[in-house]
Design a protein. Structure first.
Length: 171
């Protein structure tokens, strides 16, 4: 782990040096971090990765993978992450499920009809799925699946925005 950290720092330093060289020709004073002392810029970028202001966090509660090769995908995740997938769960379109570390769930299922293409869709946890769905629609999203309760699991909805499928989940 220590070796990986040093390797990442080395990569970050190379990136900073190359980025700084590129910026020297386009930034008015030729400096990547104009408001910091000359010798401080690289250490800030490498040693302070969590300087982005924190807002309320989004949480992936359900991760859905749709694929024609369910068994192979489940085997790959089982091998790479040491998880065990369930038998097909009818409430999730006969998806096989495995737990996520934060209490959420992952599912892998076959397409439900001939027009459904392979996809990976994350469902973000929301407090009020009706309000979240309305907000998505008001922002220009197409509601692909209105909120639907899955007894014992919660309520989900799907919207499409920017050509990407997005999921919402309320417990």
């Amino acid at each position: 782990m220590m070796m990986l950290g040093r390797s990442l720092r080395a990569v970050a330093l190379v990136w900073l040096v190359l980025g700084a060289a590129a910026c020297r020709t386009s930034h008015p004073n030729g400096r990547l971090f104009a408001d910091l002392p000359e010798d401080h810029a690289a250490t800030v970028a490498i040693d302070a990765p969590n300087t982005i202001p924190r807002e309320p966090a989004m949480q992936v509660h359900f991760l859905e993978i749709v694929t024609p090769d369910v068994d192979a995908i489940c085997a790959t995740y089982a091998e790479t992450h040491g998880v065990t997938f369930s038998e097909p769960v009818p409430e999730f379109g006969n998806a096989r499920t495995a737990p996520l570390s934060d209490g959420g769930m992952m599912s892998v299922r076959a397409p439900m009809h001939s027009a459904e293409e392979p996809i990976v869709r994350a469902y973000l946890l929301v407090d009020d799925i009706q309000a979240a769905t309305a907000a998505a629609e008001a922002s220009g999203a197409l509601i692909a699946h209105s909120p639907l309760e899955l007894p014992g699991y919660g309520t989900f909805a799907i919207f499409i925005h920017g050509g990407v499928h997005h999921g919402l989940w309320q417990r």
